[in-house]
Design a protein. Structure first.
Length: 753
């Protein structure tokens, strides 16, 4: 008999222990992430009383795949357009929290005389609150629909994005072993370059690819294609010096802009759950009890650092972003824990070999403790605010609220600022696309033509062909860089406003022309030995031809329209199917009233009732503004509209009203049938005998339905099919009827026959 490979044995241990422990944690209403970590500890070599994993290297390999799929799923749930629409407030909060907590973590590490790299990585770990744990805590406490919870989730999304950037920066710092400002700045520039390049190229190519294969795709094909794109980008990311997780996140964020995003997210979720579980179990396997005992004091200090640091700096950060003291404290206290990204950053440090072995289990222990304390910290926010309110002068509280809320997000930008910002963004994007095209042509096309045309004399022709093709490819980008925004409303307004504006406006065109000439100069310099004056002249002539060329103009416009179509495809699909939120939603967010979405449970007691019968306004104080059913949306429904299971209700109310409504919709459900297995319907044949009580009675008088809860489905008369029974027909001796019912009901019926 052949032996089972060690990996299969290990997976059996991992998944069985994870299944048992997570069932217990689910019963105790604790986050499943903690269950996975405990399961990992139970099957680790450090636990002598249980069966342990043998092939830890393969498990960690699977865990790396888990990290990749976790970040791919995060990317699918992320949209750069969402971040842009958030405004400056979440960005201010996120940057403040990350900076302050990173500095705190670094100082705590220095206080314990840990290495410089340990302190840097520790700062990164302590800065990352857990999206999974906070979301679960809000859900368990019934706070997910409250306004402050939405603010916290916005900051957590940004933290997750910055965590990706932080991982890339930490990798670059670790490779240098002596981090300095120049190296960090170079890492940021490199990240920004590839981020813009991949997103722009991806939004050009991926939606168009999915659009062309849409008719050929089913669930299986879409899953394989999506995971294939994820892995391909992960491989490409490692080739250019980034992590595979970063590439997976980028591909997820590209797919998030497609119509298929929600479908892909649902298909990928089981894969993410499986490999994510293995990752968190592998985290638990690294917990060494002896290290926890030896480092009990640092663990305690780090827990206090997170709890106090997030409570203080988190509250200050949200106040700087424009929240009142009460709301800011509820937000800050909610973020007092670390989670999955801290483990990922710790794993990165271990894989690079730059952090000490003790740091990983210490961080896991801190995460476990702070996770257990998260619900209590969320509840503590309101009493803490009340205590502060009683001790501080009311004038001081009003002053704090006035200062924090005195900078609305809707401040009107100046026309110059709008125009220059748009020009700078366009120039940056098209410069990156141009630089990337030149790099690809010089890396692949130039060697190809040199090989095709050997010899020094023919190499010149290879250079000329490569140069012409490169200029042809980048010409739409250069034209868009120079001409875009030159006829915008802002440009026209500034031109007409004053003669003094005209020279600066013309100067902006000159700057962009010089950037375009610089790219042509670089191509000529790389491929020829001409003098600088000649190359500049060639650059000016080529740029002039690009600007006046109708063909280049049409190509540029076509590419831009395709990009905008792909970028807006998901929004267009949402509008077509009525999934777009009402335009008035944002105008309510500055008051204690907001919009929240609720799904009607499939076993809801409300199903079949009208809005008038439910009387939600009088009971809970909320207003139902919209109902979304499948792909149909009804705005401002009247009282006669019937509620069905699966409906999505959009309600408007204050935090307190929405909380009451949330509790009602989740608790007013039909209870489970715990005797479900014994209520199976069975089909039996009944022969009417001489002493049967049914003889001479019709179907209604027999009581088969009313008394025995059974149903007669037909009469057997020797035909191929059963004959339907006339309700007025009297049963006769020898009739063969077929009856369906529960086993208990059938036994009672046949016992009396």
């Amino acid at each position: 008999m052949s032996e089972i490979p060690a990996l299969i044995n290990d997976l059996a241990y991992i998944l069985m222990s994870a299944g048992i422990v997570t069932l217990i944690f689910k019963k105790l209403k604790q986050p499943l992430v903690l269950g996975y970590i405990v399961a990992g500890f139970l099957v680790s070599p450090h636990m002598p009383y249980t069966a342990s994993v043998v092939d830890t290297e393969n498990v960690h390999l699977w865990a790396d795949i888990g990290v990749m799929f976790l970040l791919f799923s995060l990317g699918l749930d992320f949209s750069f357009k969402k971040i842009l629409k958030m405004g400056a407030s979440p960005i201010i909060s996120t940057i403040t929290i990350i900076f302050c907590m990173s500095m705190l973590g670094f100082m705590v590490g220095q206080a314990f005389h840990w290495t410089k790299m340990d302190c840097i990585f520790l700062g990164g770990m302590l800065a990352m609150s857990s999206t999974t744990i906070i979301y679960k805590a809000f859900d368990d406490l019934g706070l997910r629909q409250q306004q402050f919870a939405g603010l916290v989730m916005s900051v957590l999304i940004l933290e997750d994005i910055l965590a990706i950037v932080m991982m890339v920066m930490l990798s670059a710092i670790a490779s240098g072993n002596d981090p300095d400002g120049g190296q960090m700045l170079g890492s940021v520039v490199k990240i920004g370059f590839f981020l813009v390049l991949w997103l722009v190229v991806g939004i050009f190519a991926i939606p168009e690819f999915l659009r062309r294969i849409r008719r050929l795709v089913n669930n299986e094909v879409l899953l394989i294609v999506s995971l294939g794109l994820c892995c391909a980008m992960a491989v490409f990311s490692t080739k250019v010096g980034f992590s595979s997780a970063f590439g997976a996140f980028i591909m997820g964020s590209i797919l998030a802009e497609t119509i298929e995003a929600e479908h892909i997210e649902k298909l990928v979720e089981p894969v993410k759950n499986l490999f994510g579980a293995i990752f968190f179990v592998s985290v638990g396997m690294l917990v060494d009890p002896q290290i926890l005992i030896d480092y009990a004091l640092p663990i305690l200090m780090l827990v206090l650092t997170i709890l106090i640091g997030q409570a203080i700096f988190g509250s200050v950060a949200f106040m700087l972003a424009g929240e009142s003291l009460r709301s800011a404290m509820r937000c800050g206290f909610s973020m007092a824990q670390i989670g999955e990204f801290s483990f990922i950053i710790a794993s990165l440090g271990l894989s690079l070999g730059v952090i000490s072995d003790f740091l990983y289990p210490v961080v896991v222990a801190v995460s476990v403790i702070t996770t257990f304390l998260t619900p209590y910290m969320i509840r503590l926010a309101t009493p803490a605010y009340n205590a502060i309110e009683h001790r501080l002068p009311s004038r001081f509280i009003k002053l704090l609220n006035h200062l924090s809320m005195s900078h609305p997000e809707t401040t009107e930008k100046s026309t110059w600022k709008q125009l220059l910002t748009q020009m700078a963004v366009n120039t940056l994007i098209y410069s990156i696309l141009t630089a990337a095209t030149i790099a690809v042509m010089f890396t692949f096309a130039l060697p190809f033509f040199h090989e095709l045309l050997p010899g020094e004399n023919l190499h010149i022709w290879g250079n000329i062909i490569t140069g012409l093709l490169t200029v042809l490819l980048i010409s739409p980008f250069l034209r868009a860089m120079i001409m875009k925004k030159n006829r915008s409303e802002e440009w026209k307004a500034l031109w007409a406003e004053s003669n003094r504006n005209r020279l600066p406006l013309l100067f902006t065109i000159l700057v962009r022309v010089m950037i375009a000439v610089g790219f042509i100069f670089f191509i000529c310099h790389h491929l020829s030995h001409l003098t600088n004056a000649i190359m500049i002249t060639i650059g000016l002539l080529i740029v002039a031809l690009i600007v006046v060329s109708r063909g280049v103009k049409q190509r540029s416009i076509k590419l831009e329209r395709l990009f905008m179509l792909n970028l807006r495809s998901r929004d267009i699909e949402a509008q077509v199917h009525g999934k777009k939120r009402p335009l008035y939603e944002g105008r309510l967010l500055d008051r204690d009233i907001h919009i929240a979405d609720f799904d009607v449970p499939m076993n809801s007691q409300w199903m079949g009732s009208t809005l008038k019968q439910l009387n939600l306004g009088r009971k809970y104080g909320v207003h139902v503004s919209s109902i979304l059913r499948a792909n149909f949306r009804l705005n401002i429904p009247d009282g006669d509209y019937v509620i069905f299971p699966g409906d999505k209700l959009q309600v408007i109310g204050s935090d307190e009203q929405v909380s009451k409504f949330s509790n009602a919709i989740s608790t007013e459900v039909i209870g489970e049938d715990f005797d479900l297995e014994n209520r199976e319907m069975k089909l039996r044949q009944l022969i009417i005998g001489e002493d049967s009580p049914f003889v001479g009675k019709n179907l209604k008088d027999s009581g088969i339905r009313n008394l025995y809860s059974c149903m007669v489905i037909g009469l057997e008369e020797g035909k191929q099919n059963l004959s339907p029974i006339n309700p007025n027909r009297l049963f006769e001796v020898g009739d063969i009827i077929w009856i369906v019912g529960e086993q208990e009901s059938l036994d009672a019926l046949f016992g009396n026959n």
